[in-house]
Structure formats: structure tokens, C-alpha cells
Design a protein around this ligand. Structure first.
Ligand code: PGA
Length: 307
């Protein structure tokens, strides 16, 4: 059957439906010898005769009947597939898979709201996780688009800067350093520190800055969530470095302050990323265009309002 072509199946189906080579040839605008030849080749590929001629009448053999049933199913499925593709082209249906780093969860879901209203037939899956896991997902091509700060090395990717993602030092409002200006970096060595988990991009960026200046801080607590860290800061467990984007809720801002420490903020960016050479689906491309234009404008405005 491997040698059979879709064209041969179409010809066969027409002959079987009309029970006639002549009428099939007319329907398909082919000559009768061409039709006979196609059916003959198909029978050869199947390995059994498909028709038998008794007198002037044409009958399907058992193999022919089986193949006729299979053709009907196949062509039904193909036409369903064609209409699905037509819907996709009109973006009536589809799936979008996104992975974003923890800090982007404060913005991306908001942008998805508007996108989803515009394209209600698109189902969205959004994975929010840390730098290391996003990199793994990118390397194994698990999603359509990734939003991340720290770009993986040695992997060919298409990179599009999306928004600033500055890292700031956060302390409880009652902390004595809150009133100070231009605090020397080494003063942080005297503080109890709350740190994100290994594998976090935030942690790597902080560690890099401290290493460059030969500073080692006392890590009192390690937490895998920006929200949990903010609660711990508010609760007086220590100070930490987090993305400015994590400071979204008014009530939290009453309890937490940004310290004016030298070398801060650490300037970083979010990037929208996908493997170079990946052919984005129509849905993914539409979301990507939305993200880089309207989405970016909304995110910039939201960020500026929050400052
Ligand atoms: P992280 O990444 O969640 O891995 O710390 C956050 C960021 O890089 O902004």
C-alpha cells in the first residue's frame, strides 16, 4: 500500500461510487485508459484485484469493498482537516503554549486577557516557572513562545527585547537603611538575606554582582517564590533582591521599601524568545505580533504607572 497515491485512491473511489470507469473518467476530467491504469496500479499496490467484471457489470471484490470503506473515512477526515485549517487561518481555533519566568506573571496574564477576548477560540496554556526550567523547556521545544530575562548560551534563538526588568533591594519599611541614600554595597553583608532558589535567574544575577565586588551575604532563608519572599521581608525575616515588577500590590508597598544601594537596580530585560528557525504556528505568530506591539505598549504603561 506504500506505493499507492492519494490520486489513485480518489480515482478508485469515483469508479467504485459510479460503478463505472466511464463515468468516473467524466467526473474527474480524465481519459478512460488513464482511469483504468490508475486503478490497475492501485490493485498492484494492494496485491489483490479491486473489481471484477461479470458480463457488462462491474463489481467490487471483497478487497475493493474494504478499500472503498477506507477511502470514504479517509476523505471525510481530510475534508475535516481542511476545514480545521481554514478555521486556523481565520484564527477561529487553535492552541497557544507559553512559558514565562516568575516575574513576568505580573504582566503576561493581563495581556492575555485582551488577546483572548479578541480570539476566543484560541486555548492558551501558560507555564510560569524559573529561569532554569524555562531554559529546559526552550531547549526541548515544549512551547511556542518564552518570556525570559537570562538568555541561554550555545543555543540558536530568535531574541526580541520586550520590557525592562530591573532588580531592586527590598527591605521592610521599618528598616533603618530605608532613610539612607546611596548605601554602599558592602553594607548588605551585615544584613540577613532572603534568596531565591538555585536555578532562579534573579539569584544568578544577584550572585554575579556580589561575586564581582567580593561580597558574601548571609543567606538566612531560601524561598522558591517571589510572593513568599515579599511576605518574609514584610514579616521582618530579612532583606532581598527581587524584580521591580513584583511590587504590584498597594498594600504590600506600604510594608516594603526599595533601598537606594549602589550598583542597583541591576538592569535586566525580559525577552520574547523562540528557537531560531522554528516556524511559528499562525496562532503563535499572531500572539507574538500582538505581544511585541500592543502588548509591549500596555506593559510599558503599566510599568511606568507602577513606578
Ligand atoms: P527567576 O527569573 O524566576 O528565574 O528568578 C526571574 C527573572 O529573571 O526576572
Amino acid at each position: 500500500m506504500r506505493q499507492a497515491t492519494l490520486h489513485q485512491l480518489k480515482v478508485f473511489e469515483a469508479v467504485a461510487r459510479h460503478n463505472s470507469f466511464t463515468r468516473a473518467a467524466e467526473e474527474l476530467f480524465l481519459t478512460q485508459p488513464t482511469v483504468s491504469m490508475q486503478v490497475k496500479q492501485l490493485a498492484k499496490a494492494v496485491g489483490l484485484p479491486l473489481f471484477e467484471q461479470v458480463g457488462k457489470r462491474l463489481y467490487l471484490t471483497t478487497a475493493g469493498k474494504e478499500l472503498f470503506g477506507t477511502c470514504k473515512e479517509l476523505f471525510e477526515k481530510l475534508s475535516l482537516f481542511e476545514s480545521t485549517i481554514a478555521d486556523l487561518k481565520g484564527l477561529k481555533r487553535g492552541a497557544l503554549r507559553l512559558s514565562v519566568i516568575t516575574t513576568a506573571k505580573y504582566i503576561i496574564p493581563r495581556l492575555l486577557g485582551l488577546f483572548s477576548q479578541r480570539y476566543p477560540g484560541i486555548d492558551i496554556s501558560l507555564k510560569v516557572t524559573n529561569h532554569e526550567r524555562i531554559s529546559d523547556r526552550l531547549l526541548t521545544n515544549q512551547d511556542d513562545i518564552y518570556v525570559m530575562s537570562q538568555l541561554p548560551q550555545d543555543f540558536d534563538i530568535a531574541i526580541h527585547p520586550f520590557l525592562e526588568n530591573p532588580l531592586v533591594v527590598l527591605a521592610p519599611r521599618s528598616h533603618p537603611l530605608v532613610k539612607e541614600k546611596n548605601i554602599p554595597l558592602k553594607r548588605l553583608a551585615d544584613e540577613l538575606f532572603i534568596m531565591r532558589e538555585p536555578g532562579s535567574g534573579t539569584r544568578q544575577a544577584v550572585q554575579k554582582l556580589f561575586d564581582e565586588h567580593g561580597i558574601s551575604v548571609r543567606v538566612k532563608l531560601e524561598l522558591g517564590s517571589n510572593e513568599a519572599i515579599k511576605q518574609a521581608i514584610a514579616g521582618g525575616l530579612g532583606i532581598s533582591v527581587l524584580s521591580r515588577h513584583t511590587l504590584t500590590s498597594e498594600s504590600m508597598n506600604r510594608e516594603i521599601a526599595i533601598l537606594d544601594v549602589e550598583h542597583f537596580p541591576i538592569h535586566r530585560h525580559w525577552y520574547a524568545v523562540y528557537p531560531a528557525g522554528k516556524q511559528l504556528s499562525i496562532v503563535a505568530q499572531t500572539f507574538f505580533d500582538y505581544l511585541m506591539h500592543e502588548g509591549k505598549a500596555i506593559a510599558e504603561q503599566t510599568f511606568l504607572n507602577g513606578l
